[in-house]
Design a protein around this ligand. Sequence first.
Ligand SMILES: [Cu+2]
Length: 305
Amino acid sequence: MRPGQIGAHAQHTIVARGAACLAKGAAFASGLIPAAAFAQVTEGMSHSAPGQIGMMQPVTPIAREMTFFHDVILLPIIVVISLFVLALLLYVVYRFNETSNPTPSRTTHHTGLEVAWTAVPLMILVIIAIPSFRLLTRQITVPESDMTLKVSGKQWYWTYTYSKDQNGGFEFDSNLLDQTKLPAGKLRLLDVDNEAVVPVGKVIRLQITADAVGVIHSFTIPAFGVRMDAVPGRLNESWFKAEREGVYYGQCSKLCGKDHAFMPIAFRVVSEEAYKTWLNEAKGKFASSAVSVTVADASIPAQRQ
Ligand SMILES: [Cu+2]
């Protein structure tokens, strides 16, 4: 397959995605996109695939809404505008070239036209703004959460802290696997030694910061619709509610230094029982890192200096 060529699988995905988008047009009016609308497309995809075009398979309500906003609202609007401008250009080239139009009009103003080319784009922007602001509000308003997880961007890896008052009390670093000895089935530049584990169907509140003596990173998991800057000395918040078990990947999305490309994010979403089991195992495994951090404790980076 040539670089850039779209494989049969990807083509099928695009067609299926298009059909799914059309089918669920009406659902957006209520502001809720049914999970089933996306279920048939590349089930379980948690990372970008070769030849993939379009958004990653969403697994949270926010990511689903983002995908819908992109695929069903923005994309058709931009396609129509591009085709309209192209048609205008072609018409001008054909109709008003020197041969077909030897004596050009000397018109300099046309009030109706000027009002139209100001008002119509304005209306289009307002139409886009309404669902856009609604989505943005949902994204940044953290609902009542079942669990809080602290994420710290370091140079160049992530540290996850499970707070003590939620049966945790430990933290661990999540580093990229050795790329020269990558075990079979592991993804290059995506799989890590220690994945963050969270229960399925629960609202996870993320408290995102960066090493106090470090640089700015950006914590991003496309399938969750999460992207939030990790800034030293600042505690940012985001949230997600993963609806399907699986491993979901992301990457640091802020140019942060020499190993920016080598600090992937891997979240394993498991059942409630599996999460409890993991939590107990992790408490032993990461015992040396025992921390007394509790929810919303922003003082930890300062204490450790
Ligand atoms: Cu980074």
